[in-house]
Design a protein around this ligand. Structure first.
Ligand code: ADP
Ligand code: MG
Length: 339
């Protein structure tokens, strides 16, 4: 049994003319003890997917199972079931912490909410010390307010607060994206150590492929709300199958290279009106605009083409909707590297 399973999950914002499907038919299984990355350009639905998992946004359809329990549309005790197991850390920790409370008060509250064993004040303070030490902050940091910390330090506080619940799964949404490069490395090292020490599972969202490569064994690539590729990281970097994944890799600036290559050509289409057929076709380097005769891309969404895409990609994965990681899958009529 997977720790987390998403089964054909969709999330929509708005209604009528303004409706937008931010997450479209996403299936994914996350095994305990693994780290999975979610990559994709801004607006591809990564944060929405994360928010759906912790029920910060409702799902329009599909099912979310956490630790064997269906938590779709969770209320009451199911919310507790989620909060005890899953915590999120965001890009901007200052926004998620109360500026008028000391770090110690914030952490003590998180401990009290989540750790039924730490009932007395002394227990809580001991646990706060432990949490601060876990994230390598001086225990005296408890007396300070958020604005007295640097960006990297406050992100440590946010991680400590997430850990107060004793979660099994941490969802890390762009947690290093707002930090200086030197600070990023320290936070990434810390996250890797914490995973080993506490046996955590990570769902790690980033538009930065190097972050995913450092923290995760496998990755899923999202485009306009859909999962377009599921792949072990080693293969993502050496031999991606989806042309969109390829373009993401090519767009990583190479400081020592001859020039910085362009990202996927053209802009991301309006998600309210996704292109027909394969959503990526208007930008695809090997699609119908580049290679005449590739009519399939204009006519059929590879996600609706279960058997065909699965066999084309040769993996053990059951269908394009099932981004089960471990096997590979690419929702593409003409995947790269196919004979
Ligand atoms: P990512 O995290 O990959 O950048 P998001 O999940 O934030 O993507 O956004 C996915 C899509 O949903 C985008 O088109 C975004 O504009 C839209 N969106 C996000 N949040 C809301 C919201 N609260 N209301 C309406 N649309 C939203
Ligand atoms: Mg986001």
């Amino acid at each position: 049994m997977s720790l987390l399973e998403l089964d054909h999950v969709a999330v929509r914002y708005g209604a009528g003319r303004h409706a937008l499907t931010a997450v479209d038919d996403v299936s994914l299984a996350v095994e305990a003890g693994t780290s999975i990355g979610i990559v994709g350009e801004s607006g591809s639905g990564k944060s929405t997917l994360a928010r759906a998992i912790v029920q910060l946004v409702p799902t329009a359809s599909g099912r979310i199972t956490l630790d064997g329990r269906d938590v779709t549309g969770a209320r009451g005790s199911a919310v507790r079931h989620i909060r005890d197991r899953v915590q999120m850390v965001f890009q901007d920790p200052f926004a998620s912490l109360n500026p008028r409370r000391t770090v110690g008060a914030t952490l003590a509250e998180a401990v009290g909410l989540n750790d039924r064993r730490a009932s007395g004040g002394g227990d809580r303070q001991a646990r706060v010390t432990e949490l601060l030490e876990l994230v390598r902050l001086d225990p005296a940091a408890r007396y300070r307010y958020p604005n007295e910390f640097s960006g990297g330090q406050i992100q440590r506080v946010a991680i400590a607060r997430a850990l107060a619940a004793g979660p099994r799964l941490l969802i890390l949404d762009e947690v290093t994206s707002a930090l200086d490069v030197s600070v990023q490395a320290a936070i990434l090292n810390l996250l890797r150590d914490l995973r080993e020490r506490l046996g955590l599972t990570y769902l790690c969202i980033s538009h930065d492929l190097s972050v995913i490569g450092y923290l995760c064994q496998s990755a899923v690539v999202m485009y306009l709300g859909q999962l377009v590729e599921a792949v072990p990281c080693a293969d993502l970097f050496s031999a991606p199958r989806h042309p969109y994944s390829r373009s993401l890799l090519d767009s990583v600036p190479q400081v020592r290279g001859e020039r910085i290559r362009a990202t996927a050509s053209g802009d991301v289409p309006n998600p309210r009106f996704p292109p027909p057929g394969c959503r990526y076709h208007p930008r695809c380097a090997v699609g119908p605009l580049a290679q005449p005769g590739r009519e399939a891309c204009l006519q059929r969404d590879p996600h609706q083409d279960d058997g065909r895409a699965a066999s084309l990609n040769g993996g053990p994965v059951t269908g394009p909707g099932s981004g089960a990681v471990g096997g590979r899958f690419a929702a593409c009529h003409f995947p790269l590297g196919a004979p």
